[in-house]
Design a protein around this ligand. Structure first.
Ligand SMILES: NC(=O)c1ccc[n+]([C@@H]2O[C@H](COP(=O)([O-])OP(=O)(O)OC[C@H]3O[C@@H](n4cnc5c(N)ncnc54)[C@H](OP(=O)(O)O)[C@@H]3O)[C@@H](O)[C@H]2O)c1
Length: 228
């Protein structure tokens, strides 16, 4: 049992939901968030305390600040996983509605920064902790019809690597490509061919031990979940 305290955003489904179960099974204490109140209540009911699940929209800096203060009041956090994200409906960039484009920037880029703004100062003060910002293959390559998503994931890579240059010894920031996994998000862009990819649960059995093994030596490394 590792006994780490872990923050995960976007836990209502997909990779976030699957990571919660694996972190808990590994003996970690999880603080998770998402917008879907029903899913959050179901998680709290399933996992109980000391785990906590809160309705938090990462776009709202004030709400993230209040959540972080409550989580940190319960004890220091060892690992922050910025997993929450949106993808656009596949379309050429010039056909993507302004509102949809803005939503991706607000969640994937600004939401990540909001979470870091409120959890990092404690890690920096203690000179201990790891933050993992979920990137994508599309944070390191491009494809047509996902330009908004590529823009945000390339931004996550740049933001994370610049942040890594700022951190004191003992603290690490890592951009992570999780691989390709059959989730709601993948179905938005791959349709039925998402069937050929691993489930989130299978993925989490590989990903969570890898995440728990990250440390200061990984600071600034653009990583991919092994075997994915
Ligand atoms: N699946 C893949 O193949 C793949 C590949 C490369 C990278 N990724 C990355 O891996 C991460 C997880 O992807 P996924 O496939 O699991 O996606 P998903 O199934 O669409 O789940 C996304 C999660 O993010 C949450 N979320 C969205 N907006 C939010 C907001 N404003 N505030 C808080 N939570 C929010 C959603 O919960 P609510 O709707 O309840 O808020 C949901 O729990 C993402 O960063 C994604 O870009 C995935």
């Amino acid at each position: 049992m590792d006994g780490k305290r872990i923050v995960v955003t976007g836990v209502s489904r997909g990779l976030g939901r699957a990571m919660v179960a694996e972190f808990v099974a590994a003996g970690s204490t999880v603080a998770g968030c998402a917008r879907n109140a029903k899913a959050i209540a179901a998680l709290q009911n399933e996992f109980g305390t000391p785990h906590r699940f809160d309705v938090v929209d990462v776009r709202d800096n004030d709400v993230v600040a209040a959540w972080a203060a409550e989580v940190l009041a319960e004890g220091p956090v060892d690992l922050v996983v910025n997993n929450a994200a949106l993808i656009n409906e596949t379309a050429p960039l010039w056909e993507v509605p302004c509102r949809e484009f803005n939503d991706l920037i607000d969640v994937n880029v600004k939401g990540t920064a909001n979470v870091l703004r409120h959890f990092l100062p404690d890690m920096v003060a203690r000179q201990s902790g790891v933050v993992v910002n979920f990137s994508s293959g599309w944070g390191r390559s491009t494809s047509p019809e996902v330009a908004p998503y590529c823009a945000t994931k390339w931004a996550v890579e740049g933001l994370t690597r610049a942040l890594a240059d700022e951190l004191p010894p003992g603290v690490a920031a890592v951009p992570l490509n999780p691989g390709i996994i059959d989730t709601d998000m993948l179905r938005t862009c791959f349709g039925g061919s998402a069937d050929g990819y691993p489930t989130a649960e299978t993925w989490a059995r590989r990903a969570v031990p890898f995440l728990l093994g990250l440390g200061p030596e990984d600071n600034g490394q653009a990583l991919t979940v092994p075997g994915m």
